[in-house]
Design a protein around this ligand. Sequence first.
Ligand code: PMV
Length: 354
Amino acid sequence: MPAHFTEEDFQIHRTLDSIPGNWSAKTEAPSNIALIKYWGKKGLQIPMNASLSFTLSRSKTVTQAEAVRSNSGSEKITFKFYFEGKRNKQFEKKIQIFFKRIEPYAPYLNHFEWTFRSKNTFPHSSGIASSASGFAALAKIIIQLEQYLFPGINRDFLAYKTSFLARLGSGSAARSTASGIQIWGKHESIPGSNDLYAIDFPFPLHPDFHQMHDWIFLLDTATKTVSSTRGHALIDNHPFKPGRIQSVKKQLDKLSIALQQGDTETFGQIIEEEALTLHALMMSSHPAYILMKPETLDMILKLWNFRKQTHAKLYFTLDAGANLHLIFPQKDLQNAIAFAKQFPEIKIIKDEIL
Ligand code: PMV
């Protein structure tokens, strides 16, 4: 079982003997797709339920940081954030909140003036969660600095602290600081799982799941009408909240067993139920909202029909948006190609699971 760390463990009380004049780093972090969804939170970025995700291998954020020692000894971290070459004030606002939250855990950041330059390897508004990879990349940079300033800190500790920090930027980012299958949130039958940071799936994965694909069909690239932050908040007084908390536990147990046993059909059934439940929760919120598009529903029905005829192991999941993620094992690559032929006009981002 992995070592367990508390919030207190991640705090820094040591002072610095010397501060370098300047420091720079470059890092990248992958995006992830949740199969068991995190939807609803308690307190400061504590998930209402445990979630499980696949880490994507091609869709990443690459971030470069330059730090120059600041003479002002500022209370607040001063920084500029450039996204795809342009200063982005909207992101700066979100990052400012993140920096405020992580201050007890990374007080050394205040000694510098920062410039961040960030870009994604996937198109903007593509339905791939860029906040997950974006905050994960920032957390990695911060931990690289911690390692530089305080050499000799245990590697496991730093890996978990990276996920811990990323979580304070965006919940799903906690699952983007490592690779493979990530679990975030306390779940009884998963040893080591906890609400503060993500851990690797701790059981042997059946070889049938070793080479999985995620093809993202871009059905809608407009900005979401309801943000995830608002969506999480709408779960607070949701009439189905108690039922969701109960049922998602069983779903995670079933998925965990399917992943160990190579039960692709149960895997597919669970991930599709999860996607539809996420959207059903949105549609039954107060106020209600719908993020799927007619094209999403059309594609789901066509997929079910295709599966009935071919018995192909192609399954879908959805994020908080309209784009369909087609998840399938390597063995079904030809089937995926045949299915995609029905939609020649739709752009597809072809990713794999890391
Ligand atoms: O990390 P957030 O606050 O953007 O929320 C992510 C929510 C979902 O993407 C819908 C589900 C998940 O677990 O990633």
